[in-house]
Design a protein around this ligand. Structure first.
Ligand code: BG6
Length: 475
C-alpha cells in the first residue's frame, strides 16, 4: 500500500473565506474583511491602494462568505460523510483578540472554535489548525503599521499562548502562518502592509518577513512547551521554478526565484538565514533588525514538519527574454507550452507536483504535509444543485497519482493531503464565489445572492471512495 496507515486525507479552508459573521460573537475587523470583490482587490491586497475601512460602492465577500459560522455542524457532517481524517481550518485572529492588543481574549471566539473542534472529534476528524491565514487585526495595521512593527511579535505570542493553552488535547497539528512567502507578492494580505509614498517596499517586506519568522519560531517554542505532543509546521506557497529554456540565463533566473521562495522555509526549518539571503539584504541595504535573542529563538525552534500548497509550477525566463507572461497564484511566470491552463489561466502540472514534493523533501528531509491542492473552475449545477465535475476529479486524480509515486517510488515521508476548498468558498485572489474548488456546491454568487444551500457534486462521491481505499482506488 502506497499511502501509510493513518495518512491524513481531508480538506482545507480559511476563516475569512468561509466563516462570514464578520461582526458577530465580538469579532473585530481584519485586513481580509476590507478586501473588496472587483477591480481594486488586487491593489488593496498588494498594499498600493489603501483601504482600511469598508467603503461605499464596494462588495466585501468575506463579510458573509458561505456563512460557515452558522453552518459548521452541517458542513463538518458532510466532511465526515466523505470520510475525512483531518480538516484544516484557520483561526480568525479577531475572533480571539478583536483589536489584537487587548490583555484578555474574547471568550465567545474561543468557545466557537472549541465547539468546532469538538464537532470534528465527534467524527474522529483530526483538526489541523492554521493560526493565521492571511488575517491581521485592522487595529494593528492602523495603529502599529502591520507586521513591519516588531511589537506584533508580542501580540502573536499572546495569541498562540491562549490557543495552545485552551485547545491542549483537542488540537495537535498546527501551522504558524499560511503561505508565509505571500508577503512578497500580496503584502497587505500577507502582512497588513500599506505602503507609504516613496517607501522602500523591499525593506518593508523583509522586515515584516523577519518579524513573522521570529513570531513563528516563538510559536513553535511555546507550543512545544505547553504540550510536547504538539506538531508544529510552516506553510509555503510551493511550486518548483522551471527555466523557460536551457539558456543558463533562464536557469539562473529560476534558481534565484527558487531561493526567494525557499528563504522562508530555510529559516523555519534550518534555523538561520541562508547566505544568499544575507547577501541579497546587504545589497539592498535592508536591515531586518535581527537581535541576538532572535538568532537564538530561530536556531532552537525549527519546525516539526513542512506543509505547503501546490497548484502549479512556475516557469520563468531571464528579464531580456521575449517569453509570453502567464498568471498563477500571484507568482509572475511565463507561458509554458507543455502545460494546459485552467479557466483562470493557472497552469496544470501534475508531474510538477512530484517534482516539487521531491525538491522540498531533498532540501529539508522532514515529513511533508500537502495542505492545499485543487482546481478552481466554473461549475454548472442542475436544478438539484448537482454538478458533474469530471474536470475536478481528473485534476485531483492526476495529482494524487503523482503524490503516490513520490511516496511509493521516491520514498518521501508524507503525513497527509488536504484539498483546497472541500466546500465552495470565496477566492482569496479574486474575491469571487464563481471560482469553485469544492466537493460541495454552495448556492451563492459573486455578489452575495443565493440561498447558501449545500449540495454534493460528483467529486464528493469520488473523494469518498479515494479516502475509503486509502488512495488505492482513484478511478
Ligand atoms: C492559496 C491560499 O494561495 O490559494 C488560499 O492559501 C487560496 O487562501 C488558494 O484560496 C487558492 O487561490 P484562489 O485565489 O483561487 O482563491
Amino acid at each position: 500500500m502506497a499511502f501509510p496507515e493513518g495518512f491524513l486525507w481531508g480538506g482545507a479552508t480559511a476563516a475569512n473565506q468561509c466563516e462570514g459573521a464578520y461582526n458577530e460573537g465580538g469579532r473585530g475587523v481584519a485586513n481580509v474583511d476590507v478586501m473588496p470583490h472587483g477591480a481594486d482587490r488586487q491593489a488593496v491586497g498588494c498594499g498600493t491602494r489603501k483601504m482600511l475601512d469598508f467603503e461605499d460602492g464596494y462588495f466585501y465577500p468575506a463579510q458573509k462568505a458561505i456563512d460557515m459560522y452558522h453552518h459548521y455542524k452541517e458542513d463538518i457532517a458532510l466532511f465526515a460523510e466523505m470520510g475525512f481524517k483531518t480538516y484544516r481550518l484557520s483561526i480568525g485572529w479577531t475572533r480571539i483578540f478583536p483589536l489584537g492588543d487587548e490583555a484578555e481574549p474574547n471568550e465567545e471566539g474561543l468557545q466557537f472554535y472549541e465547539d468546532l473542534f469538538r464537532e470534528c472529534k465527534k467524527y474522529g476528524i483530526e483538526p489541523l489548525v492554521t493560526i493565521t491565514h492571511f488575517d491581521c487585526p485592522i487595529h494593528l495595521i492602523k495603529e502599529y503599521g502591520g507586521w513591519r512593527n516588531r511589537e506584533l511579535i508580542d501580540m502573536y505570542k499572546k495569541l498562540v499562548t491562549v490557543l495552545f493553552t485552551r485547545y491542549k488535547g483537542l488540537v495537535k497539528y498546527w501551522l504558524t502562518f499560511n503561505e508565509i512567502n505571500m508577503i512578497l507578492h500580496m503584502p497587505f494580505m500577507g502582512a497588513g502592509l500599506v505602503f507609504e509614498e516613496g517607501e522602500n517596499q523591499i525593506a518593508a517586506k523583509y522586515i515584516s518577513a523577519h518579524n513573522e519568522l521570529v513570531a513563528s519560531a516563538w510559536a513553535t517554542k511555546i507550543g512545544h512547551e505547553i504540550d510536547p505532543e504538539n506538531k508544529i509546521g510552516c506553510m509555503l506557497a510551493a511550486g518548483s521554478f522551471y527555466p523557460y529554456t536551457c539558456n543558463p540565463k533562464d536557469v539562473r533566473e529560476a534558481q534565484v526565484r527558487g531561493q526567494e521562495n525557499y528563504f522562508f522555509v530555510d529559516v523555519q526549518s534550518r534555523g538561520y538565514y541562508p547566505n544568499y539571503a544575507l547577501k541579497m539584504l546587504e545589497r539592498e541595504g535592508v536591515d531586518v533588525g535581527m537581535t541576538e535573542e532572535d538568532k537564538q529563538i530561530l536556531a532552537e525552534n525549527t519546525v516539526d514538519f513542512i506543509s505547503f500548497s501546490y497548484y502549479n509550477t512556475r516557469t520563468v525566463a531571464s528579464p531580456d527574454s521575449s517569453a509570453e507572461n502567464a498568471s498563477g497564484n500571484a507568482f509572475a511566470s511565463v507561458k509554458n507550452s507543455y502545460l494546459t491552463y485552467t479557466d483562470w489561466g493557472w497552469p496544470v502540472d501534475p508531474l510538477g507536483f512530484r517534482i516539487t514534493i521531491n525538491e522540498i523533501y531533498d532540501r529539508y528531509q522532514k515529513p511533508l504535509f500537502v495542505v492545499e491542492n485543487g482546481l478552481g473552475a466554473i461549475d454548472e449545477p442542475d436544478e438539484n444543485g448537482y454538478v458533474a465535475d469530471d474536470y475536478r476529479i481528473d485534476y485531483l486524480r492526476k495529482h494524487i497519482e503523482q503524490m503516490k509515486a513520490a511516496i511509493e517510488e521516491d520514498g518521501v515521508e508524507m503525513l497527509g493531503y488536504t484539498t483546497w476548498g472541500p466546500i465552495d468558498l470565496v477566492s482569496a485572489g479574486t474575491g469571487e464565489m464563481s471560482k469553485r474548488y469544492g466537493f460541495i456546491y454552495v448556492d451563492r454568487d459573486d455578489y452575495g445572492n443565493g440561498t447558501l444551500a449545500r449540495s454534493k457534486k460528483k467529486s464528493f462521491f469520488w473523494y469518498k471512495k479515494v479516502i475509503a481505499t486509502n488512495g488505492e482506488d482513484l478511478a
